[in-house]
Design a protein around this ligand. Sequence first.
Ligand SMILES: Cc1ncc(C[n+]2csc(CCOP(=O)(O)OP(=O)(O)O)c2C)c(N)n1
Ligand code: SF4
Ligand SMILES: [Mg+2]
Length: 313
Amino acid sequence: MSSSLIEAPVRSDHTAPSALPGSDRKPLTKKELAADHPTWCPGCGDFSVLALYFKLIEKRKLWHEKVTTIAGIGCSSRFPYFVQAHGVHYIHGRALPFASGVSLSRPDLHVFVFGGDGDAFSIGGNHFNHTARKNIRMTYVVMDNWVYGLTKKQTSPTSPQGFKSKTDVWGAVDQPINPMKQAISAGATFVARTTHSNPNHVLQMMEAAMDHDGFGFVECLSECVEFYEGAFDASNPRKGGVFNSVPSDHDVTDEVAAYKLADAPFPGYFGIFYSLKRATKNANEAKINAGAMEKVKNLKDWQILQQTFGRLK
Ligand SMILES: Cc1ncc(C[n+]2csc(CCOP(=O)(O)OP(=O)(O)O)c2C)c(N)n1
Ligand code: SF4
Ligand SMILES: [Mg+2]
């Protein structure tokens, strides 16, 4: 039996694993982080999220080997290609289970997951709920453009009723999901909302999610200029809209209040809706692993394996 997973360093209290103390390594620059030329359409909101991810890595002095960027499939999910660090462009809708494995086995890494509304709430909807309730430590940014962009304009779970697409030529008839309400009710312990058109805010929300010890979910409105132009104008002051911050007296630990905030009609609110400390699956499993290892600490791997086989007889 390999004990490499069990023996990985365990963080009992969550501190961001970044620079080694006393390290004289300089923060990574955008040049060192940018991998490939993004293939997104000019003007796509996803550019903003990528630029702010680079900023976050630079600001928080995360090193290449301490960051992993995971995604499913979609325009937004092309994200890891454009980041010069370890990352995976995985199966459509399955980014979260992959990221869960990484997070649980490598407590020394920052696990970031990026993806779209289709990837997160359609094919990946179940994984979203279960990763949230299990409170697996990672930061999940959903770049919500209310449409399937990569496959050229189908209705997504967040498309508003009436939206005309290739799958709803007369206009979408189904009630869309509300990502914030879904995240809160599924048991996510950090739930925030931002928009690509407010870069400082995107950075703030990603940073707060990263510092959260648990499943940190950020819905980031990210305009698809090709298939849903102007979708978020009502939230953009430069386009005549309004950017409403979460009221300063909102209690982020109040689940019902968070749910009510999430129910506000578009453009709704931006900021942290909900944030609660609850034991992570990472911590709970680490305890079980430590207990199991204590019992066999004087044995070699092959002896542990022999014991296990013995019990199976
Ligand atoms: C199993 C599977 N089903 C369907 C597809 C086709 N497909 C690729 S991306 C996508 C939807 C992408 O939409 P979204 O996640 O919102 O990302 P966006 O392109 O809008 O950023 C679909 C249906 C696929 N690649 N794999
Ligand atoms: S199709 Fe839409 S989501 Fe995809 S890159 Fe172009 S603008 Fe962005
Ligand atoms: Mg989409």
